[in-house]
Ligand binder design. Structure first.
Ligand code: BGC
Length: 272
């Protein structure tokens, strides 16, 4: 089933964002003009195993709180979903910390049908990156911005003059023979009981490689660890400016919601 067409008046200037993580699923209603949450950021635990149906049911539960206009048949309020997966035209091409049964599935179609509202899915780091560039730490920045999220894994977003190049997966660059995510994610730091100087050395090695490959104007560091940026950002030695993300754990939710209504997605909706 093709996603529903926008009504002649266009979609409203707000939508719901949902961010699927390995341990919790967060969501909120977002004013897509200014990126502000208009409800509290609400969360439920991620069901295990995190199959598409179990996750969709958990999202349905969240929507009871987030969308008062929801009826048994659904709602017109659009929903953007950020998932830890490569998302190509709504089809999941990978699955990180969720069930492998996502791979190959048309997430847009499945969730649109199950939830009775227009749904569009995007990679979680892409969503967080877009939100940071539009409304957060990278607001007003020009040129190439790289957003790196350090969490259980490493996610990446590449944004050029506000336009996303989707699904970059730079967290899986091979550095000194190892997948960067294995040695340099926030979880790798904890698992290997690394102090900040040690961790900063790993991160510096990784980011200098990215810097060499991409020559960005700005690097933004997101993920939970960005709250501790004072412990490791000053230890980095890069030519590029590196700054912490601003939107903290709401970035994925805000990015998913706003992506849903961007004008370059005429298949899904237009912003008014
Ligand atoms: C996945 C990415 C995802 C990132 C953060 C990585 O392991 O490959 O698709 O964006 O984790 O969740």
């Amino acid at each position: 089933m093709a996603p529903p067409r926008p009504p002649a008046s266009g979609w409203p200037a707000h939508s719901i964002g949902i961010d699927i993580g390995g341990t919790s699923i967060k969501g909120g209603r977002v004013n897509t003009e200014n990126g502000q949450l208009t409800t509290a950021l609400t969360a439920v635990p991620t069901p295990q195993p995190a199959t598409p149906l179990a996750v969709t049911n958990a999202i349905h539960q969240l929507l009871q709180d987030l969308d008062p206009s929801q009826t048994a048949l659904g709602s017109r309020l659009p929903l953007g979903v950020a998932a830890p997966a490569i998302m190509q035209q709504g089809i999941a091409r990978s699955a990180a910390n969720i069930s492998d049964s996502w791979i190959g599935m048309d997430v847009n179609q499945f969730m649109t049908e199950q939830l009775g509202r227009p749904v569009s899915a995007i990679n979680d780091a892409d969503a967080a990156g877009l939100a940071e560039v539009q409304f957060g730490a990278g607001k007003l920045s020009k040129g190439l911005v790289v957003v790196i999220t350090l969490g259980t894994g490493i996610g990446s977003a590449l944004v050029m003059d506000g336009t996303l190049v989707p699904n970059t997966e730079f967290g899986h660059l091979e550095i000194d023979g190892q997948d960067a995510e294995v040695t340099t994610s926030a979880v790798a730091r904890e698992r290997n009981a690394m102090g900040w100087p040690d961790y900063a050395r790993h991160l510096n090695r990784y980011l200098s490689h990215l810097e060499f490959l991409l020559s960005p104007e700005l690097i933004i560091i997101g993920g939970g660890i960005s709250a501790r940026s004072a412990d490791f950002l000053p230890l980095l030695k890069l030519k590029t400016k590196v700054i912490p993300a601003k939107l903290q754990n709401a970035a994925g939710t805000i990015g998913a919601a706003t992506h849903m209504l961007t004008p370059d997605r005429p298949d899904v909706g237009v912003r008014r």
